[in-house]
Design a protein around this ligand. Sequence first.
Ligand SMILES: C[S@@+](CC[C@H](N)C(=O)[O-])C[C@H]1O[C@@H](n2cnc3c(N)ncnc32)[C@H](O)[C@@H]1O
Length: 374
Amino acid sequence: MAEMVVEGAVTLNVEGAFYNPRMRLNRDLGVAMVRALGISDYLDALAASGARGLRVAKEAGAAAVALNDVSPRAVALIRENARLNGLVGCEVLSSNANVLLHQRRFEAVDLDPFGSPAPFLAAAARSALDYLFITATDTAPLCGAHLKSGIRKYMAVPVKAEHHREMGARILLGAAARELARVDKGVRPLLTHATDHYVRVYLGIAKGAKSADRALESMGYLEQCRSCGLWRTVSGVGCPSSGKCSFCGGRAEVAGPLWLGPIQDPGVIGRALAAMEGSAARSDRGVRLLQACADEIDLPMYYDHHRLCRRFKATPGTASDLVEELRSLGWSASRTHFSGVGVKTDAPIEVLREVLTAPPPRSGARGGSSSHGP
Ligand SMILES: C[S@@+](CC[C@H](N)C(=O)[O-])C[C@H]1O[C@@H](n2cnc3c(N)ncnc32)[C@H](O)[C@@H]1O
């Protein structure tokens, strides 16, 4: 019995293969990114019904699209769905993805597995020539809720913290950067988002040992105080910890290694936004998400505005007000797509306390007079 769905510009029979309608946004953005990057040779390594790869072929116009799945039922469905959508030029493969990725090279490799992409990272790092796209649905190990599993999968220590979603994304980016470095490839994150139950990263790849060395300079650690929440990032490959918070003297824990470099490329994201406009992949949520990612300042981690207010016994305004206030004082600040109450800023925690606990400005005197800017 056929179970038909329409997604973007394709119609799919999904009977008997994995198809998650909640991942539509993920696939919409994937199509937009393939269009934005002008990719012509693309592998959907874990294709299930073929929803992702067939949409890339139909909507992004990639010339050579290969779709692979180890399940015979999935492969039969991919073939049927390719025919149904007039995409008979797509290559349909039935390998173990790790075998295929060791055998062949593709301009762009897309990993969208059940749970963790960790078992496929080494082979994908070898196969991907210019781009590697990764979905991870194992957010509990990545973000610190399942500590031991996170360490096993990513060889990184996640710490349960208020910015756990970004930490999870940066641990995934760090794991990918290290795998690519092992085969003399450097990485440049183009778009990173944590949405619903998953993290998704789009990586540009630069060949050569020097590129790999440069990328590894973006690795480091995050030291976080258990008592007051202050964090600091520490670059480099050695694990550094004073064990003590410089703000309140509380116990500090270390997360990492993780990626501390830029995670968004606003130029590429702008092109993805343009690619989305007027296309079958367009959605209001997709546009809002891309815009939010493009607008984030390039700084690791964020504060949870509500927790800051509780910590400093401040009357909560809005996160946007806090961002405006910090900007008016000369600091960099932005909201973040990682959390509706997240604030990214380079202002020290003392400044945040001062701003949040300052008496409300009299009308016409907003912003205060002193400048604490860097
Ligand atoms: C989460 S589903 C993929 C969903 C799909 N990318 C989409 O967007 O609809 C994961 C797929 O990976 C396949 N799979 C699992 N292990 C595999 C392996 N080692 N090699 C190839 N395919 C595998 C499963 O059969 C399943 O169809």
